[in-house]
Write a protein that binds this ligand. Structure first.
Ligand SMILES: Cc1ncc(COP(=O)(O)O)c(C=O)c1O
Length: 425
């Protein structure tokens, strides 16, 4: 159980900055491997969205004078529905553009506000079942834990390790904890490990949520970044459990153009799912959210309807993963992820490796422990790992990975413990 009470406490980059503060990046002088620092820490796409984004924003510029409509535009919502139906082969009519879609300024705000909206349901409820719990995979995207704290709930971290295919087994929790659960996050494909749950596993989680009366937020913002096989989505699984609105009971999914269209600066995404939950999310966003401006909705409408740029993005990341496979082989537990653009490398001590890589190679990576929580027995499932974002062009990616291999393979396959390289914080 987490005893940290500040939102900041979960932010990986605050911790990484303080770890590396005052350490000069030691870039190699050889021109072959480049000589500038390479920041493989941040999962921000570096390629560009299609040119029509700028055209669409210019064409609709007169609407900057208007406040964003809370439920977006019909054109945007219908582009989202059509994309969901195509991408996940959903039964026609399952997702209604008026009742089942909430436009979002990126998925992050929606994930956060969905839990705040759910908190309205349990605020003031008698605590006969104990304090409300939010189930979170461990490692996790820091926003899940921050939202749990903001909503006054207890984050309960569930390991997602190599032993369970890097996916959390929520069903293995004891009944008391499951009965206390009010909300659950599942990231698939996951950040950082890139593991995707299959449709059966997604369906089992939905059934578990219904039995124990909690909501599941399926974070699918990496669903479009994959090699050959498109990862399954929770709405596919939901459609197999029932028909009509009953199929969406307890289900919210989150999608985004940030990774799909390499447009994180656009701030454009959506939530889809149960009409009741979408209404709750809408209400919470009307109180504290920013909305999606009309020119952005116009650009987003075109992006959800266009696939060739997404194909090009997949080819871009495919090339980077081929480079990683060639350079890493079977070292550091290398595996190609089911989705997303991160490597999750077992280097023995992720924090020590991050310091060593910055000091000796000018490569910035995130220690796995900074995106994971330490459990009551002192175990942190991310501790042996580093997270490496393969977001740069092939040349930079190759330079960065060569530096990583050079430094980490120099003294054997694993980095020494943090103390040995002076990583004290
Ligand atoms: C797991 C995960 N979920 C959600 C987000 C939020 O992305 P956005 O708000 O840009 O859609 C990110 C961003 O990096 C992420 O890694």
């Amino acid at each position: 159980m987490a005893d940290r009470r500040s939102l900041q406490a979960f932010h990986p980059f605050a911790k990484l900055n303080s770890l590396l503060d005052g350490i000069a990046p030691g870039c190699p002088s050889s021109t072959e491997a480049g000589s500038e620092p390479i920041l493989l820490s941040i999962g921000e796409p570096k390629n560009q969205p299609p040119a029509f984004v700028a055209e669409e924003i210019t064409a609709t510029a007169a609407t900057w004078s208007r406040y964003p409509p809370p439920r977006g535009t019909e054109a945007y919502r219908s582009a989202c529905v059509d994309w969901l139906n195509r991408r996940f082969a959903l039964p026609e009519g399952l997702i209604g553009e008026d009742r089942s879609i909430q436009p979002l300024p990126g998925s992050r705000e929606g994930l956060f506000f969905a839990l705040l909206a759910a908190a309205q349901g349990y605020a003031g409820a008698p605590e006969s079942k104990g304090p409300p719990a939010v189930l979170i995979p461990n490692p996790f995207y820091h926003v899940y834990a921050g939202a749990a704290l903001a909503a006054g709930a207890e984050p309960v971290f569930v390991p997602a390790t190599a032993e369970n295919g890097f996916l959390p087994d929520f069903a293995a929790l004891d009944t008391t904890t499951l009965d206390r659960a009010v909300f659950c996050f599942l990231c698939s494909p996951s950040n950082p490990q890139g593991a995707a749950a299959d449709v059966e596993a997604l369906g089992r989680l939905i059934e578990l949520a219904r039995r124990h009366d909690f909501i599941v937020a399926f974070d699918e913002c990496y669903a479009e970044i994959y090699d050959r096989d498109a990862p399954a989505g929770a709405l596919q699984a939901a459609a197999l459990t029932n028909s009509g609105e009953a199929a969406l009971d307890r289900v919210l999914v989150f999608h985004s153009l940030s990774k799909r269209s390499s447009a994180p600066g656009l701030r454009c995404g959506f939530a889809a799912g149960s009409a009741r939950l979408i209404d709750g999310l809408d209400m919470a966003l009307r109180v504290g959210g920013a909305g999606v401006p009309l020119p952005i909705l116009a650009a987003g409408t075109r992006l959800w309807r266009e696939e060739s740029h997404v194909e090009a993005n997949r080819a871009y990341y495919r090339e980077n993963f081929a480079i990683a496979e060639r350079l890493l082989g079977n070292r550091f537990g290398f595996r190609k992820p089911d989705g997303g653009f991160f490597l999750w490398l077992d280097v023995g001590d992720g924090e020590a490796a991050a310091v060593k890589l910055w000091r000796e190679a000018g490569v910035r990576v995130v220690p796995g422990a900074y995106v994971s929580e330490t459990d009551a027995s002192g175990d942190n499932p991310g501790r042996p790992y580093i997270r490496v974002a393969l977001v740069y062009d092939a040349k930079t990616t190759e330079d960065g990975l060569k530096r990583i291999v050079d430094v980490l393979a120099r003294d054997g396959s694993k980095a020494p413990p943090a103390a040995a390289v002076g990583a004290g914080r």
